[in-house]
Every structure is written in structure tokens, then in C-alpha cells.
Design a binder for this molecule. Structure first.
Ligand code: TRP
Length: 468
């Protein structure tokens, strides 16, 4: 059966784990974590929420959330994962009991498991869009739309046609879930480590190329940079701050124990603080590059920055239609986007599978199929909420928006708040210090201050103003 059953309390002895249950190096861990962090959140979601929430002021709040709340919570989550030594969903309960605290801290794990279900069901639908566009690039639909008189309108129609097709959306979602289940079922190490090694650099290279293209060809780079970086605080609402905070969690993959799962396989002596900074830095870089590639094209084509979830899928193809060899670039871009999405989907499913494997007689394969299958069902509802079930609304949102909003804006920050409190106040300070050996007394003091005061108060304040 399961090969990764670990006795509770193994934390301290993990350093000598040579069973192949660890990342082969710290670099691999960072790559896998970056693979989890970098995904649709950066390339699809970030630009469109910047567009919807008024630009510069939103970006500034987002960057503050990453630095002051995201990085400390990311560090805490990896730390808790490495120390916990069980499946991430169960780790908090086990650690709390071991240290003589209430086993109710286990609630962080339950929240995380719930989040994994909800997030993956809509995320997989969007990853399916990337696959559909890969098909459009190869099949000639993109170049056909690119040859229209009004390219912007033709690309808009192409996207709307996709959303209107239940079969296309459910099909894409099904392929994404099937691949995710397959990779997770066969263990992350072999296939994924290899793919990520060149996919993450690949995404960087293509985005850099697109930024250069946007800077040189669109004539609107200055306006885009101004839109993204000149803060206009009159455009900022508490709702927007709530979205920025939620997105900081979403984009770093924190708040639902996904990074705990990855941290659990990290060598005892690998430094945590600098790893977290590197992961967050690379993730932020990809998001900003995506914005700088997309907004110049939006402005040049006379499109709306606040176009919503279709933004990337409508704007970038306009550029692809214009670049010599654009269809090759388009093919590579959507291929890489799909892979970036898959290196994220697996990290959402992983904690659930580890938990089921540990707690039920199911094997890893059985656990992956059972949980992935349930998520697939919920995802069908999300796919249909773009067409035949579009009128089913709750609090003025369809199922897709509802899942997106409740997870990012509420559940992930709530999970992050509890994790910050746990590592800041409940975990014995000796243990925290031992895990963080290497960041120095000053770094430790800063991190502790952020975890105990800044992150919890920041999250609580945004909750109070954004939700009430
Ligand atoms: N961070 C990924 C992205 O930006 C999505 C993701 C992967 C995620 N794992 C997660 C989000 C865990 C929240 C929690 O696309």
C-alpha cells in the first residue's frame, strides 16, 4: 500500500530520511513550489483583476500583501509541513496534540481540504480554456480570427463561442482532471520534476518576449506601465483590497496546506526563509510580466482593461496574429500555460490524496481517482455556469464566480490567518527557531513580528472592511 505513511512525531528524525521521500535537492523543491505558485493565477487572473480594480493602487496593495503577509505565511506553511511529518491535512492536529495543545487546530487541515476541492473544480475549467486555445492555434482558428478586419472583435467572438459550448468546456476540464489524476497517482517525482525543469524557464522566456513585443510594437507601453504602476487611490475600494489579499494567497498557493505538502519533503537543513523569498519573488515577476505583456495590447486594440476573465484569451491572440511566426509563438504559449496550470493543479490535489491514502485503505491511485473524480463532477457545474446554467445565481454570482470568490477572498486568507497564529503563537518557539536556523537573529525577529502581529492584524482588518 502507501509508501509514505509516516509515524506521527517523526519530525525530528526526518533529516536522515533517505527513502526517496524527499526532493532530490533544495533547487528541485523551489522549482516544484514555483511550479505550483506560477500558473493561471499569474497569467490569467492577475491581469484581469488589475484591470477590474483600477490598476496601480491595486498592484501596490497586492505587492504589500505578498511581502508583508504572503512571504511570512509561505514560510510558516513550509515550516509546518516539514515539522509535521504527516499528510498536510492531518499535520496540524498531530503537531498540536504532540505539543500539548488543543487537537482542534486540525480545523486548518479540514479547511485546506475543502479549499482544494473548490479551487480545483473551477481552476481546471480555465486550464481547459488554455488547452482549447492550444487547439485553436494548431487548428488555424486563431490565424483565421487574426485575419479579420476587426481583429479585436473576432478574438472576442472566438472566446465567447468557446464559453457558449458546454461540450468544449466539459471536454477541456475532463482532459485537465485526467492528466492531473494521472500525474498525482504515479507520484510527483519522476514525471513532474523533469517537466518543470524546462517549463518554468520556458514560460519566463515567452513572457519576456511578449513584453518586448508589447513595448516595441504596440506604442502603448508607457500608458500600460502608468496604468499598472501609478497608484490612483481614488480607484481603490475595500472590496479591491480584499481581492488583492485573496489573490496574494491564491498566487502563492498558500492557505490550504498545498505548500505544506511540498515542504514535508524538504531536507531538514534546507534554509526556509530564503526559499520562500525566492518562490514569492519569481511568482511576482511572472505576474508583473504578464501584465506588462497584456495591457499595452489592450490599449492599442482599444479594448477594456476591465473585460474580466476573458482578458488574456482575447488580447494575447491579437498580438500573436500580428507577430511574424505568431502561430508558433501562440502554440508554445498556450502549451506552456497549460503545463504551468498542470504544475499547479497537481499541487492542489496532492494534499487531499496524501490524506485519503493515509486514512483509508485506498492506494495512492485509488485515492487520486476518488478525489479527482469528485472534483471533476463539481467542475462540470462550473463549466456549465458559463452557458446552460448561467442563470443559476447565488449572491449575484454564478457557480464559477462563487467558488473563485469564496476560496480566494475568504477561505485562503482564513487558512493563512490560522497558520500564522499557529506558527506564531502555538508551535514551541524552540521548534520554530530550529526550523529557521540560518536566517539570523534579525531575520528571525522580523519574521516573528510579521507572523504574530502584521499578518493576523492585516488579514483581520481586510476581512472586517471588505466583508462587513
Ligand atoms: N498558485 C496557483 C496559480 O497561481 C494556483 C494554485 C496552486 C493554488 N496550488 C494552490 C491556489 C493552492 C491556492 C492554493 O495559478
Amino acid at each position: 500500500m502507501a509508501t509514505n505513511i509516516k509515524a506521527p512525531g517523526i519530525g525530528a528524525s526526518q533529516a536522515s530520511d533517505t527513502s526517496g521521500n524527499q526532493w532530490s535537492s533544495r533547487l528541485t523543491f523551489i522549482l516544484a513550489a514555483v511550479g505550483s505558485a506560477v500558473g493561471l493565477g499569474n497569467v490569467w487572473k492577475f491581469p484581469y483583476i488589475v484591470g477590474e480594480n483600477g490598476g496601480g493602487a491595486f498592484v501596490l496593495v497586492y505587492l504589500l500583501c505578498i511581502a508583508l503577509i504572503g512571504v511570512p505565511v509561505l514560510t510558516a506553511e513550509i515550516l509546518a509541513g516539514r515539522r509535521g511529518g504527516a499528510s498536510p491535512i492531518r499535520s496540524f492536529g498531530i503537531m498540536a496534540e504532540r505539543d500539548g495543545h488543543s487537537p482542534n487546530w486540525q480545523v486548518i487541515g479540514w479547511l485546506g481540504g475543502l479549499c482544494a476541492f473548490l479551487i480545483l473544480s473551477f481552476y481546471s475549467v480555465v486550464a481547459g480554456w488554455a488547452l482549447a486555445y492550444l487547439g485553436y492555434a494548431v487548428g488555424g482558428d486563431l490565424s483565421a480570427a487574426g485575419g479579420a478586419d476587426d481583429v479585436g472583435a473576432a478574438m472576442g467572438t472566438l472566446f465567447e463561442t468557446l464559453l457558449a459550448s458546454p461540450a468544449a468546456l466539459v471536454g477541456g476540464h475532463t482532459v485537465v482532471m485526467a492528466i492531473t489524476i494521472l500525474i498525482v497517482a504515479s507520484g510527483v517525482r519522476g514525471g513532474l520534476e523533469k517537466a518543470i525543469r524546462w517549463m518554468v524557464p520556458g514560460i519566463f522566456a515567452i513572457l519576456a518576449g511578449l513584453v518586448i513585443y508589447a513595448a516595441m510594437a504596440s506604442g502603448e507601453f508607457g500608458r500600460a506601465a502608468h496604468f499598472m504602476f501609478a497608484p490612483d487611490f481614488s480607484a481603490l475600494s475595500w472590496d479591491a483590497v480584499l481581492v488583492a489579499l485573496g489573490h496574494a494567497f491564491f498566487t502563492l498557493s498558500i492557505g490550504m496546506t498545498a505548500m505544506m505538502a511540498y515542504g514535508a519533503h524538504l531536507q531538514k537543513d534546507a534554509p526556509l526563509g530564503s526559499s520562500a523569498v525566492a518562490i514569492a519573488g519569481l511568482d511576482t515577476l511572472v505576474a508583473l510580466m504578464a501584465g506588462l505583456a497584456i495591457f499595452p495590447i489592450v490599449f492599442a486594440a482599444g479594448l477594456e482593461p476591465a473585460a474580466g476573465p476573458g482578458l488574456v484569451f482575447v488580447t494575447l491572440p491579437i498580438a500573436f496574429a500580428d507577430i511574424p511566426g505568431g502561430m508558433i509563438v501562440a502554440t508554445l504559449f498556450f502549451l506552456f500555460l497549460a503545463v504551468a496550470a498542470l504544475s499547479s493543479t497537481i499541487s492542489v490535489l496532492e494534499p487531499v490524496v496524501e490524506y485519503i491514502e493515509e486514512r483509508t485503505p485506498l492506494t495512492r491511485k485509488g485515492a487520486a481517482v476518488a478525489s479527482g473524480g469528485a472534483i471533476w463532477l463539481l467542475g462540470i457545474g462550473c463549466a456549465l455556469s458559463f452557458n446552460i446554467a448561467g442563470d443559476m445565481r447565488l449572491w449575484d454570482r454564478n457557480l464559477f464566480d462563487l467558488l473563485d470568490f469564496t476560496t480566494s477572498a475568504i477561505l485562503l486568507p482564513l487558512g493563512g490567518l490560522l497558520i500564522a497564529l499557529y506558527v506564531g503563537y502555538v508551535l514551541p518557539e524552540r521548534a520554530v527557531q530550529a526550523e529557521l536556523a540560518g536566517i539570523g537573529p534579525r531575520g528571525y525577529a522580523v519574521l516573528r513580528g510579521l507572523l504574530r502581529y502584521v499578518a493576523p492584524l492585516g488579514i483581520a482588518t481586510v476581512f472586517v472592511y471588505g466583508l462587513v
